[in-house]
Design a protein around this ligand. Structure first.
Ligand code: PEP
Length: 250
């Protein structure tokens, strides 16, 4: 039985003062909820603050990207070992907001996935189709290509301890979530794709849904058999909304 997981993606939001309020509220609201796992992925400069606030709580933390290299002359980059230094348990890799803006290749994303696991950090691998791809009937082909690129490099076993997030690009930050049935069929497809190579990894991997999850749609999404929680952007910045979404996972 997979435990549900809800991860907040703060994106490029926050300040020391705002984070303090949010983190204090999250500790108050989420600590009593023991039936699921929760985490926040914060901008790098706030990792220390987040670690200081959340250590000794059940809430995990992490970042939104990492370098594919562990150390070296890579100006502006942050490695998985550095994230580990700050106690991070999770890192998002392949988020469409990055892969589009910075033209990240599948090979880069696979290297980041591997680098995270090498340092004992759980990668949260984002996959999902654009509106145009969906309307052209290419959803499964696109997701298969994104997954296969990673599976070919890291192998299916690596997915047993990883997290995949199905994030239809058209649903991210738009207020238009995929319906529970649409999301479930994509999640089932992802699980089957991994099962073709390793059934036990497919059974263990947690597949989150991301794309305009909010307090009103979370429970209908999370009740679906292959949806193991959510990756939440906008609503993770509001403690009451994030709490409501986390409660829906319990
Ligand atoms: C995201 O940032 O991954 C995301 C799903 O954002 P939102 O919840 O705002 O759509």
């Amino acid at each position: 039985m997979r435990r549900k997981l809800v991860v907040g993606n703060w994106k490029m939001h926050g300040s020391l003062a705002q984070n303090k309020q949010l983190l204090d509220a999250l500790i108050r609201k989420l600590e009593p909820l023991t039936q699921a796992d929760f985490a926040v992925c914060v901008p790098y400069p706030y990792l220390f603050q987040t670690q200081a606030a959340l250590q000794n709580t059940r809430i995990g933390w992490g970042a939104q990207n990492i370098a594919k290299h562990q150390v070296g002359a890579y100006t502006g980059e942050v490695s998985a070992t550095m994230l580990k230094d700050f106690g991070s348990q999770y890192v998002i890799v392949g988020h469409s907001e990055r892969s589009t803006a910075y033209c990240e290749s599948d090979a880069n994303i696979a290297a980041k996935f591997a680098s995270a696991q090498c340092s004992g950090i759980t990668p949260v691998l984002c996959v999902g189709e654009t509106l145009h791809e969906r309307e052209s009937g290419l959803r499964e082909r696109v997701i298969a290509a994104q997954l296969d690129a990673i599976l070919d490099i890291v192998g299916a076993k690596a997915f047993a301890t990883a997290v995949v997030s199905y994030e239809p690009v058209w649903a991210i930050g738009t207020g238009f979530s995929a319906s529970p049935d649409q999301a479930q069929s994509a999640h089932a497809f992802i699980r089957q794709r991994i099962a073709l190579l390793d059934e036990s990894a497919a059974e263990s991997v947690r597949i989150l849904y991301g794309g305009s999850v909010n307090p009103s749609n979370a429970s209908q999404l999370f009740v679906m058999p292959d949806i193991d929680g959510g990756l939440v952007g906008r609503c993770s910045l509001n403690a009451n909304d994030f709490e409501a979404i986390c409660r829906a996972a319990c």
